[in-house]
Design a protein around this ligand. Structure first.
Ligand SMILES: C[S@@+](CC[C@H](N)C(=O)[O-])C[C@H]1O[C@@H](n2cnc3c(N)ncnc32)[C@H](O)[C@@H]1O
Length: 241
């Protein structure tokens, strides 16, 4: 036994035993995949789109911080986020993702579209939300989040009560949480949780999913789900107090 362990108190050992339980549970898995040439070039050429964590108040990253702010969690390759930012120049958009090729692809397309209302960052969205002032975000969108299908992984799902409390805290009153999924069991799970949040009101009516809005562009994972024959469910909940 090492000196260190010989000197450890019972409390130290208990702390060590509990270490894994105290470690923060994240909703993603970082995957390393190579960047193609245009993605690598975009990361160097278009630094103006990239925020460095920690950033604090995301609104201050824009030339017009007073404009409504949409935050997208896990934008994947970012095509739909770029299209939304392009279609709504009067709003500011921040995309948060941990998948570097996705960030690079998004920046590449934002550069082509010459956007000045979009910023992206490589970070855990939960940590970024925690740093935002309360009542500061107009819309938080979560499109086709990882469904974490195994029971032992359910705690990694983004939509759980604890994370929704954070979402509610950071949304403005009248702001919305918009989620979409192609995984039916996750859709049922989401609806059950969201309907039990007293600060949120289902804009589709109680226990209903929202008709797919035509202004939400198709995402890569949505396309994949449709090709597999899955049904798409959108949920839009408004913060009411
Ligand atoms: C299944 S993909 C969907 C991507 C995209 N929204 C689409 O529909 O094509 C989910 C993405 O969310 C990202 N993600 C999950 N949790 C996250 C978090 N806490 N912060 C940032 N990104 C996250 C993952 O890295 C992954 O790229």
């Amino acid at each position: 036994m090492s000196d260190h362990l010989q000197n450890a108190t019972t409390q130290d050992i208990q702390d060590l035993d509990n270490l894994t339980e105290h470690r923060e549970i994240v909703t993603f898995m970082r995957r390393s995949s190579p960047l193609n040439t245009s993605q690598r070039t975009a990361l160097e050429k278009h630094q103006e789109f990239i925020l460095q964590y920690p950033v604090g108040d995301l609104r201050q990253a824009f030339p017009h911080p007073e404009r409504p702010l949409t935050v997208e969690i896990g934008f994947g390759m970012g095509r739909s986020l770029v299209l939304m930012a392009k279609a709504n120049p009067e709003r500011n958009y921040v995309g948060i993702e941990v998948h570097i090729p996705g960030i690079a692809q998004c920046v590449y397309e934002a550069g082509l579209a010459e956007l000045n209302n979009l910023r992206v960052l490589d970070a855990d969205a939960i940590q970024v939300l925690k740093e935002m002032p309360d009542d500061s975000i107009d819309c938080i969108q979560l499109y086709f989040p990882d469904p974490w299908q195994k029971k032992r992984h359910f705690k990694r799902r983004f939509v759980i009560h604890e994370r929704m409390a954070l979402v509610e805290q950071k949304l403005k009153v009248g702001g919305t949480f918009h989620a979409a999924t192609d995984w039916e069991p996750y859709a049922e799970w989401m609806l059950d949780i969201l309907e039990h949040r007293p600060r949120l009101n289902n804009l589709a009516g109680k226990n209903k999913s929202y008709p797919r809005p035509e202004w939400r562009p198709l995402t890569k994972f949505e396309k994949r789900g449709l090709e597999a024959g899955h049904q798409i469910n959108d949920f839009i909940f408004e913060k009411i107090n």
